[in-house]
Design a protein around this ligand. Structure first.
Ligand code: AMP
Length: 262
């Protein structure tokens, strides 16, 4: 029963987006649906603090540009649903760190990405999300791309003033049962405090309280500002304002990329 539920979850996350079997499973796994053959595949890294809407932009860009959305967080979430014998040693170690709420050490993340290096030369291109997170990871990515004889086109960095990030995250409410996400002003439930989908109570995640958000943002700034500098010095960093609706931000992202191509 549990195995059937796990298999259907894995099938679901593989279907909702483009087929990412090779990325999610690693090793010798192959995507069942061949990527579109693109004359100029986009190879991008997405950066952005929690709350800027980077995940939504990754989905829109993946659809709009045909590039595969490659998130390291998704590899770990998919690994959780596999039987222990189907996990590589790198995945098993990574899950231990995640369970403790820690960042996964660079060498393990890099091992997992190395097991998926074919995805980096995929002719459909890629949108890396959640990787790299440190300068050491960015340097290793550069080396891995060099070996695959491909290069990054740009690093899209989504920026939003701290006050707006606090407003977005502190208004978020999550269903205690089905985990659907609402927002008190931008996506309110029909009945205050009650989930539209299953009728259970909504709650505010501990880490979505304003005081926790400020601490998370400070930690994010500390770890990613060297990464932004790394890419700025290579002329790859493209800042995109994350103000407005997802569609407005998406249009802005495309314009920023067009601007570079021209
Ligand atoms: P995310 O979905 O990107 O927020 O990732 C979820 C969790 O996976 C993070 O909190 C980390 O524990 C782990 N993780 C994902 N990507 C990385 C990475 N590049 N380096 C270290 N840990 C990562």
């Amino acid at each position: 029963m549990v195995a059937a539920r796990r298999a259907s979850y894995l099938r679901l996350i593989m279907q909702v987006k483009s087929d990412r079997t090779a990325w999610l499973k690693g090793g010798t796994a192959q995507c069942k649906v061949a990527p579109k053959k693109l004359a100029h595949p986009h190879r991008l890294v997405l950066l952005g603090a929690p709350g800027v809407g980077k995940g939504t932009q990754a989905e829109l860009l993946s659809e709009g540009l045909g590039a595969c959305h490659l998130s390291t967080g998704d590899i770990f979430r998919a690994a959780k649903t596999l039987d222990a014998c189907d996990r590589t040693p790198n995945m098993t170690s990574a899950l231990g760190y995640m369970r403790r709420g820690d960042l996964v050490p660079d060498e393990i993340v890099l091992g997992l990405v190395a097991e998926r290096s074919g995805c980096l030369r995929c002719r459909g291109g890629f949108l890396l999300d959640g990787f790299p997170r440190t300068v050491a990871q960015a340097e290793a990515l550069e080396e891995a791309l060099g070996k695959q004889k491909v290069a990054l086109e740009a690093v899209l960095s989504y920026d939003l003033p701290l006050e707006q990030i606090v407003a977005r995250l502190s208004g978020r409410r999550t269903c205690s049962v089905c985990k659907s996400v609402f927002h008190v002003t931008t996506r309110p439930p029909k009945m205050s405090g009650i989930c539209d989908h299953c009728g259970a109570a909504l709650y505010q995640r501990e880490d979505d309280r304003p005081e926790s958000i400020r601490v998370r943002m400070a930690a994010y700034e500390k770890s990613t500002s060297p990464l932004s500098e790394f890419y700025r010095s290579k002329g790859l960093l493209v800042s995109v304002s994350a103000e407005g609706t997802p569609e407005e931000i998406f249009e802005r992202s495309l314009k920023a990329l067009d601007g570079r191509a021209g």
